[in-house]
Design a protein around this ligand. Structure first.
Ligand SMILES: Nc1ncnc2c1ncn2[C@@H]1O[C@H](COP(=O)(O)OP(=O)(O)O)[C@@H](O)[C@H]1O
Ligand SMILES: [Mg+2]
Length: 328
């Protein structure tokens, strides 16, 4: 695919939190490329830096966090150089985000239709009447039954799945070229999850939206993603074509993720089945942070700096000194 299909390019993104306890190294040198009409799945354990990567792309890192290094290019524009009004206009128009908790983005005391209309009038020269009409059309488009009725309702009157549909409607109302979905279905039951994923597929199909889909669920990646980025301790440790990575998982962590069977006693769906724990992001080692949990670690791993991504196959990269190509 030619380079002019690239809508978002993130290079060496590094975001740290400067806390009283020390520097929390949340994101450490992430590279990502999103192309028109493609879904990149980002997967990794809780705390691996997925959400902070997403918030960094939108320049929404909360205090005391700061992007300390890296570049973000969105439709050819330097996001790091944007400020104030330009930054606000970029959000929603060129890139938008939906979160795990669908009610977090909704105002509890304003009817749904008015919230969608408000977004439209903030960005487009529309009369109130026309904005209300378009808002209802957007609610219909995301598959909400009886959109007129939903428009007049308040968030608490809708189910979680309906709220998430509203959020997708709001996020895509201005037809942004990039949609970031941060665990959009984790709070929903399985049937509703499938419907929401279908809605995202429709966005990709109908509008060629580039989607960064963050999840801890390898099953969702398999269903949805064209490419996958596996995160560990704030870095992408494996990246590539999703079939390629699933067929030949090359980083020991990816291999472990794909082998981690769901545990019956797991109290949630987080990936907690790999023995050991991720490193403390305040005291990240200079060497590969996976060493304590790795059964493939050798001397070179312990005596070298953290490995960077290197090509290991067709459309397939891995950050490991001792990659093992597994074949199922
Ligand atoms: N406001 C904050 N202050 C300090 N550390 C934070 C803050 N937000 C996130 N972090 C830390 O950044 C790291 C990455 O977090 P996050 O991106 O939310 O992980 P994920 O989304 O993969 O579960 C974690 O170690 C987390 O504790
Ligand atoms: Mg998260």
């Amino acid at each position: 695919m030619s380079d002019n299909q690239v809508v978002l390019k993130v290079e060496d993104l590094t975001t740290h939190f400067f806390t009283r306890e020390g520097v929390v190294k949340a994101v450490n040198g992430v590279n990502l490329t999103l192309k028109r009409g493609r879904v990149v799945g980002m997967v990794g354990e809780s705390g691996s830096g997925k959400s902070i990567t997403a918030l960094s792309i939108l320049r929404l890192v909360p205090y005391p966090g700061r992007i300390v290094r890296g570049s973000i290019s969105l439709n050819g524009r330097d996001v790091m150089a944007l400020e104030g009004e330009d930054l606000r206009r970029m959000r929603g128009r060129e890139v938008s985000i939906i979160f795990q908790d669908p009610t977090s983005g909704l105002n509890p005391v304003i009817p749904i239709g008015a919230q969608v209309a408000e977004l439209l009038t903030a960005h487009l020269p529309l009369s109130r009447r026309e904005a209300a009409r378009q808002a209802t059309a957007i609610l219909a488009q995301v598959g909400l039954p009886d959109p007129d009725r939903v428009a007049s309702q308040y968030p608490f009157q809708l189910s979680g799945g309906m709220c998430q549909r509203v959020m997708i409607g709001i996020a895509t109302a201005l037809n942004p070229s990039v949609l970031i979905a941060d665990e959009p279905t984790s709070a929903l039951d399985v049937t509703v999850q499938a419907q929401i994923l279908q809605q995202l597929r429709n966005m990709k199909r109908d509008y060629q939206t580039a989607i960064l889909l963050i999840t801890h669920d390898m099953g969702v990646i398999a269903q949805m993603a064209d490419e996958v980025a596996v995160m560990y301790a704030g870095s992408v440790v494996e990246y590539g074509d999703v079939r390629e990575v699933f067929r030949s998982p090359t980083h020991p962590y990816t291999w472990a993720l794909l082998n981690a069977l769901p545990r019956l006693d797991a109290y949630d769906q987080e990936l907690r089945t790999i023995p050991g724990a991720p490193p403390n992001p305040i005291n990240l080692p200079d060497e590969c942070p996976f060493i304590p949990r790795c059964n493939k670690a050798r001397t070179v791993c312990r005596t070298s700096p953290r490995p960077l991504l290197a090509e290991c196959g067709p459309n397939h990269w891995v950050a490991c000194y001792n990659p093992v190509i597994h074949e199922w």
